[in-house]
Design a protein around this ligand. Sequence first.
Ligand code: ADP
Ligand code: MG
Length: 575
Amino acid sequence: MLKFQETAKCVTVARFNSACSDAMIARRYTIQRKLGNGSFGSVYLVSDRKAKQGEELKVLKEISVGDLKPNETVEANLEAQLLSKLDHPAIVKFYASFVERDSFCIITEYCEGGDLDFKIQEYKESGKIFTQRQIIDWFIQLLFGVNYMHDRRILHRDLKAKNIFLKNNLLKIGDFGVSRLLMGSCDLATTFTGTPYYMSPEALKHQGYNTKSDIWSLGCILYEMCCMNHAFTGHNFLSVVLKIVEGDTPSLPDRYPSKLNAVLCSMLNKNPSLRPAAAEILKIPYIDEQLKNIQYKFTNMTVKDKALNWRKEAAPIFDAVQRKVHLQTLQELSEVQKMTPRERMRLRKLNAADEKAKKLKQLAEEKYQENIKRMREFRSRNFQQLNVNVLHDMMNQVEMRHQVNSACLNLQTMIPEDPAIAEEYYNDEFESCSEGSEEEEDVEASQTVSKTNHQDSDIEAMAKYLESVLNNSSLGSGTVIRVSPGAPQGFRALNSTMAETKLKRMRESAIGKLGAEVFEAVYSYLKQARQQNASEEEIRRRLEKLVSRASDCFEVDQLLYFEEQLQASESCLQL
Ligand code: ADP
Ligand code: MG
């Protein structure tokens, strides 16, 4: 399984035997040590002999791809090329990817502070909590990172404390965009990628993943930083899912300001279109105020701690904060004339994007309200003819679907799925705009307008499509629209090789924890129990005869759920 195990051993052995010391991967990386196992493969600390001095340490992720089809490899490489162009202090830098010895390898920045999940556990074990200042600073850094990626139409799909890393006490988000590169872009792929604790209701219901689903996960992370526990907990996979989909929104303990709690609640709104975007959160007066505090802190830092190494790392964050504040000030004072062409361009783009977001949000809201109204009318017309339960079910499904579609309208249509089109977005980024003449700017500006128009027509087309879906469903045929896990939308885009790799690793991990015999017993019992719709209490009682805590079977439960989903998607493909 571990393609580099031999190499790693070789490197270890090399301390005693110089013959092995130059074992190289891709003629430039040597393994230093194994950092851990991820859900797709092993992770190593490597030294890059072609890197600048002081920047040699990097991370190599080895993903066993088995018989990945050539087109899948090409697609993955295209995606990887796009990712390698991105650069932000709050994002773990993606350097390169290549295929070596049946493995897809990814090279990223190394974060010596480990992951946030580890940090939280460490604090928890010693009975400590993070200071409020620390939480807010980190939260703002995460917002910057998410905003940067969402601006570039890239979704994370698996934001969790384990994917957030510490480097010089600053946070960096890892694996941004990687899930799509590995798993494909459909809803089922997201289910396979995401960790249930952080997954949004719409993702769990296969109702479309969009930027707001990342915002939900970020809300879960904010909660975790404050409370040192998951926002939604349960002793088994399904109980966590139920809490996310139907449970109350958790709130922060009283020691936190109510304004922070309000931000959290908005991020955990069950309706994705009502969740704020990262850029909107950054503009909330309470957060904006905190941002200014950070700016003040960073300003002091630069004076006081010139000699400190971490200043180098903090500088880009400080720049980002300063740039944002700078732009705001410029906007407020209407000092447009004082701007450089680059700044003016940036401001124009920011304004256009804000306007667009506002328009989209309004459209989504109108559509949502209109639909609820239509459903109410439908309900009153058909009330006597239909079984109330069925209708209730139908209402829920249609409304849920529409909520998500509204959210899709909000942003998803703007996310180019085709890497070649996505590339255009990168070319159009602020960073790449020239310092050149006003004429050049105007050409760019007119291109932006035509792109916006094109997006508008996309949105209209999507709105029409939604209308037709909704009209069909309200014809009163009595057909219940089920958002069936058996027929997820867009399942064709699932990279089934990777899904199988993931299942295999989950099974191995569960066997590792429970032992082969107990695993088999738990697996076959749970499979049967789920098929027979056994009650949670009954399941818990039976499991506790096999293991000490029912929660030890969480992974087996999730494995069964995934297997079922994969099977369903495969049988759909055969139809
Ligand atoms: P997952 O599938 O859970 O997201 P990963 O493959 O991202 O797991 O990571 C596996 C292990 O490697 C974890 O222990 C993680 O902390 C560590 N790791 C991953 N990326 C980095 C990095 N850039 N710097 C330091 N440690 C890392
Ligand atoms: Mg990860």
